[in-house]
Design a binder for this molecule. Sequence first.
Ligand code: BMP
Length: 274
Amino acid sequence: MTNGRGQDYRMKAEDAWGARWVNCAHPLSHEYMRVACEKESLVVLAADLPTVDEIVRIIEDVGDYVCALKTHVDMVEGFNMEDWSRVVDAAGSKGMLLFEDRKFADIGRVAQTQMGGLYDIRSWADLVTSHSVSGPDVVDGIAAAWDEVERIGGVLLLAQMSSTGNLLVDGYTDLTLEIGRASPHVLGYIGNGSSVSELVGLRSKVGEGRMIWTPGVNLSADEGVLGQRYGHPAEAVLAGSDAIIVGSGIHKAGDPLAAVREYASASWGALLER
Ligand code: BMP
């Protein structure tokens, strides 16, 4: 077998992921773990860029080391589906999952409708984020939208956040995990990558059956702009994160390819160590 860069790889997903591979039930969690082994990387790229051209360019530059492309589709200037299909195709050609960080938070019926509309998220996204503040029906609304187009998708619920002063306190996190446990559509949770202690606590509550994906990681910065906090990606993985969500650490780097290689190697090395 060869990995995405044409090199031999022998690390089977079961060996690399251990209990997580065995216990995670959502099919897209296995798809993610398989891609991670192929690319020897746990990097999810937060492509917070304003144009389709720039997103396609960064996919082409660093996609061999990226397992999923996280987007904020409502950030894209002059959005239209025809242009967006260039992003979808570029990500597909690099074997990346598509992950729209929509952070749904409304009642189920509205979330279902919001999966369609201008951005038609249901037709191209494999994964979306959702808050749990409105209760469990938001997840069912999202899943119903994927059903409408006969696609399978997974939801990551925000159990923690990386931003300073956020309101996702322990009691809220616990209730969020209850919602997640009860739904086959919840692939996992967003955890706070900037805090090892919060992540260790989250992993002990989540157990092995769901993924934890973490923003708030950066190899060099301690603090981001406007209250963003950062931790080291390897420490986040050792503390129980399964995917490091990296934005500016890669797309703002002078050499994005060199940067993504460093994030890939730090995260993959930590997975094999834990
Ligand atoms: P950066 O690595 O440039 O700080 O970007 C982080 C990305 O992760 C952003 O796209 C942001 O929307 C997302 N994010 C976050 O930073 N903290 C959270 O708690 C949840 C997020 O989705």
